[in-house]
Design a protein around this ligand. Structure first.
Ligand SMILES: Nc1nc2c(ncn2[C@@H]2O[C@H](COP(=O)(O)OP(=O)(O)OP(=O)(O)O)[C@@H](O)[C@H]2O)c(=O)[nH]1
Length: 379
């Protein structure tokens, strides 16, 4: 999961400047965005249709009224279909934004037709557009840029129509322009603030989750993650291998070099383990003080042993520089490897059984003189 920084929030839009962070944020919010888009579109469409009454009052029953009714039905059809999609289908964020932009563009376009056919009421049209702009900026979930472009374009078109068709005084045109500029400025500022606050909230949530699931010293997952995530969800892999690693004679390292250097040895072991495991596939957990657990899905016992042997030789050969930089700390580690395939009843192997077996095997490696691998296959 990408870890976004506050500096990554764009000053103009309030969205993450990095595509990766923004995509992760939108993905995280998707389950909220979908029903929100659906609800807002339905809500706006009902009002849009209800306002056909004002067409009837202004124009009477005739061709112009029917044209506007058809336009309003088109808005209802577009927004209704988009709302249905938002409720019923699992859409990608890009598709949701397309649905939002399309509904907004059709509604604003039809609104311009209303203004054209009812040229005596530009004061009301300006007020209605001001309200619609707030809805576009704040209520219909869309990107800041899409919302701003639609808002600017519809403001410009209404002003041109007012100048050409509305028989308005200069004072009225100026007041109308100011009102629409105010609605745009307020809408954009409020959208920017909302975007920023929701991204700060998301970042704090990710940070908390990270702190709750990770070990502070090494950045590896902790036992809470092992119990709450891995053990609770279980494994869906037919074959699973677990490697328990324990740094040898670690007490002596602390006693000889001090705790700060001991910490550095733990960190360098964690770095090596992280570099040798597969990103997004394997899990590395700091299981105890100087004990680590590697959970390797879809890995056979032979592959697990080969992995542990590579790790053992590389760690034994890599020296950690002491804090004063004058010496190098060399040590070894012992490993217990347990693997299992699909069980007789067709169920996946139990992680807890594999960890218990790997723990026993690791102690066997310690008893056999340390710096070695002990392994077994669970039936
Ligand atoms: N520096 C440091 N030491 C730690 C940390 N966590 C645990 N320890 C120390 O690690 C040592 C582990 O010692 P033991 O369990 O006796 O094991 P060992 O000395 O490695 O001996 P074997 O495991 O039998 O090879 C203890 O002295 C703990 O205080 C840590 O985060 N940092």
């Amino acid at each position: 999961m990408p870890f976004p920084s506050l500096a990554d929030i764009d000053a103009l839009t309030g969205e993450f400047a990095s595509r990766k962070s923004e995509a992760a944020f939108l993905q995280h919010r998707q389950t909220q965005i979908q029903p929100l888009l659906g609800f807002t579109l339905v809500f706006c469409t009902l009002f849009y249709l209800a306002f056909a009454l004002t067409d009837l009052a202004a124009l009477g029953f005739g061709t112009d009224f029917l044209s506007l009714l058809a336009a309003r039905m088109l808005v209802a059809l577009t927004a209704g279909s988009c709302a249905w999609l938002a409720y019923r289908r699992r859409l990608r964020v890009r598709a949701l934004r397309l649905a939002a932009s399309l509904s907004e563009a059709v509604a604003l376009g039809c609104f311009m037709l209303v203004a054209t056919l009812r040229p005596a009421e530009f004061h009301w049209h300006a007020m209605s557009l001001a309200i619609m702009l707030i809805v576009v900026y704040l209520y219909i979930p869309n990107s800041f840029v899409n919302a701003a472009l639609l808002a600017f374009a519809s403001t410009a078109i209404l002003l041109v129509l007012a100048l050409r068709l509305g028989r308005m005084s200069h004072a009225d045109v100026i007041t109308m322009s100011m009102l629409l500029v105010l609605a745009n400025a307020f809408g954009a500022l409020a959208a920017r603030r909302f975007n920023r606050v929701s991204r700060e909230e998301y970042r704090a949530q990710i940070e908390l989750q990270h702190a709750a699931e990770r070990d502070h010293l090494t950045g590896c997952h902790n036992r809470r993650y092992l119990h709450d995530s891995l053990m609770r969800t279980g494994t869906r892999h037919a074959g699973l291998c677990v490697v328990l690693c324990d740094i040898d004679n670690f007490k002596r390292i602390n006693d000889t070099w001090g705790h700060a250097d001991g910490d550095e040895v733990i960190r360098s072991f964690a770095r090596l383990l992280g570099a040798m495991t597969r990103d997004g596939v394997d899990s590395v957990i700091r299981y105890g003080g100087e004990e680590f657990l590697a959970i390797l899905p879809a890995t056979s016992l032979e592959e697990g042993i080969a992995f542990a042997e590579r790790l053992r030789t590389r760690f034994a050969a890599s020296a950690t520089p002491s804090a004063d930089g004058r010496d190098s700390i060399l040590t070894t580690a012992s490993f217990g490897v347990a693997a299992a395939g699909m069980r007789g009843d067709g169920a996946a192997p139990l992680l807890q059984d594999l960890i218990s077996a790997a723990d026993k095997l690791m102690y066997e490696a310690k008893r056999s003189g340390r710096d070695c691998v002990r392994a077994m296959h669970l039936a």
